[in-house]
Design a protein around this ligand. Structure first.
Ligand SMILES: [Mg+2]
Length: 392
């Protein structure tokens, strides 16, 4: 018998909201909601007190205010969350070099090689929880298992401040009674499909013949079936290689006139440009995706000789790429940039070139900094300021 891998998934509890309470202890015990406070902003994180009132992430702020008028509504302070995140990630890296961050507040750790040094995987998880709390004042929930999928589900099992261990051999006993919605990566549409077959639990899905699942749901069904049967040999990948950066919006009201389309394209280009610069990436290929009200989708790409991260360039290209022979009205627009010539997995500071930047780059960086500090509503090109409320 081969000895198992041991994977820990760690997930900070209500991270943005908890940081706000940490920095302002008078908020303790109150419903704290962090999010974009502009007209159609959504909740990024809600404290547990706010969750008890039905507020959750991705909920429109306007809805949250109806559910929880007594809530404390705060803007996103990304720079501060990043600061805490780097402390948390450095705690994780003390116990293993195999750390795969999923976001600022979440990571997988493979601790198989650390057992001799630090004790069992549950001991390591407990030690990390203790270190994170003593070094940041914040709690983190941990899931310990022999597979990524199970570790991820386990960390969410007893939040906040949870520690859930799935012992080797207990995988199916743990997983199978859970509802289908707990499978990591199951979309709402797929979940509905599975429920329409009369399935309720992950065990129900696991017991179906694989052929039946593949016939109805294709390769994504196959992946879910494998996860349901505890077949997950994905490795913890310490350096996540970003292959593309993009953003797409589905509109509550289809958009038709060219002026609205252009305004949406510019809004998307700004978001993509901002993300590229945040990751210090420049891409050679720009892709436009459009979907009309009949759910027909087209994509068009252009590959350049020079990589780019500037929203104006992206905007100019996607206007060129827009399929003028196709008919709207448009239900979805999306832009992505891919094909990064030098993939940087770690942000690098340029130490060897003088600190001279072209003025437009300085401006873009300044815009990004302001937007980080004041949320998305901070600075935008003037033509976006009268952007109609179209996003879902
Ligand atoms: Mg979290």
């Amino acid at each position: 018998m081969t000895s198992p891998r041991w994977i820990i998934h760690l997930d900070m509890d209500a991270f943005y909201a908890s940081v706000e309470v940490l920095d302002n202890p008078s908020l303790k015990g109150r419903p704290v909601i962090v999010g974009g406070l502009f007209s159609r902003g959504v909740v990024s994180t809600a404290s547990y007190e706010a969750r008890a009132r039905g507020v959750h992430s991705a909920l429109p702020i306007a809805r949250a205010k109806k559910l929880c008028p007594e809530g404390v509504y705060l803007p996103v302070r990304m720079a501060r969350y990043q600061e805490i995140s780097s402390i948390v990630m450095s705690v994780f890296r003390r116990y293993t070099p195999l750390v795969e961050p999923l976001s600022l507040d979440e990571a997988f750790l493979d601790v198989t090689g650390s057992l001799k040094l630090f004790g069992s995987a549950p001991d390591i998880a407990a030690a990390i929880k203790k270190d994170v709390f003593s070094e940041t004042g914040l709690t983190v929930s941990a899931g310990v298992a022999t597979q990524k999928h199970l570790a991820k589900i386990a960390s969410g099992h007893k939040k906040p401040d949870g520690l859930t261990i799935i012992e080797e051999g207990q995988e199916q006993d743990f997983l199978w009674p859970l509802p289908l919605s707990k499978i990591w990566g199951v979309g709402q549409v797929t979940q509905k499909t599975l429920e329409s077959w009369g399935l309720k639990t992950i065990g129900d899905l696991a017991s179906l013949p694989v052929e039946a699942v593949v016939k109805k749901l294709g390769s994504s069904g196959y992946k879910l079936w494998l996860l349901a049967n505890c077949h997950d040999d994905r490795a913890v990948e310490p350096e996540r290689v970003i292959k593309s950066i993009g953003h797409e919006d589905t509109y509550a009201v289809d958009i038709e006139d060219p002026e609205s389309v252009n305004r949406e394209l510019l809004a998307l280009a700004v978001k993509v440009g901002r993300r590229l610069r945040a990751h210090e990436l420049k891409g050679l290929t720009v892709t436009l995706k459009v979907r009309n009200n009949e759910f027909k989708t087209w994509t068009r790409s252009k590959t350049l000789s020079q990589p780019l991260d500037d929203h104006q360039e992206i905007y100019r290209l996607v206007r060129e790429l827009f399929p003028k022979d196709k008919k709207g009205p448009w239900r979805l627009l999306g832009i992505s940039v891919s094909n990064f010539p030098e993939i940087r997995t770690q942000p690098q500071r340029d130490l060897f070139t003088p600190h001279e930047q072209p003025s437009d780059l300085r401006l873009l960086n300044a815009m990004d900094t302001i937007n980080e500090r004041f949320g998305q509503s901070g600075l935008q090109p003037a033509s976006l300021l009268d952007k109609p409320d179209l996003e879902e």
